[in-house]
Ligand binder design. Sequence first.
Ligand code: AMP
Length: 217
Amino acid sequence: MSTRLILIGPPGVGKGTQSALLHARLGLKTMSSGDIFRKEIEAETDLGRMAQRYIQHGELVPNGVTIEMMAKRLRDEDTRKKGFVLDGFPRTDRQAEALDEILFEMDMGLDKVISIEVPEETILHRLAGRMGCTKCGEIYHSRNKPPMREGLCDKCNGPLFVRTDDQPQTILERLRVFKETTEPVIGYYEKTGTLLRVDGSVGPEETYQEILAGITA
Ligand code: AMP
């Protein structure tokens, strides 16, 4: 099955968790713009240094570099064969238009754009306390899903880290940017008839089942 999906929603709604499930269970290739930027920052590349200046303040990295970075990955043969899940891209109208152009060039369409929806107070609670594994990407939470051993991943033993942009002030800025710039992108896809709204405030498995029902309907 070659399914092409976008996961869209404010920070902390569970896009990373759902994209990991879609990869594990359906074999879809996952592309998270945020993860790609974090890897570039860790590798201290020019792109990483530039992106870091925006990410640390909760602002969006400029469209030009973001589109170029994602276009390179989308044009990979794997995307055509395996299908894909885009997590965190597109986040602006310009990015959505650029994605349309790239997919048109590749003669591919989108199956569903999945908007994961969660009340704002839940988001704030989830982001404060979130930790991720540096090795396998598994996500934990100090209260909701603590690791068995402090600071270590249950799955692979890798060290856990707290994202620098999961600080209270930056979280509020990221939510503001989402409402102002990314929410209109949901409206864009609503008009194309590809939008699927799912509830992200239930457990990850329940949300996954809603997605599965929506994409196989
Ligand atoms: P995320 O991991 O998706 O929450 O992304 C972390 C940060 O990376 C965001 O707050 C932005 O600064 C940057 N970023 C990720 N994806 C994009 C995008 N599509 N456009 C611009 N900036 C992005």
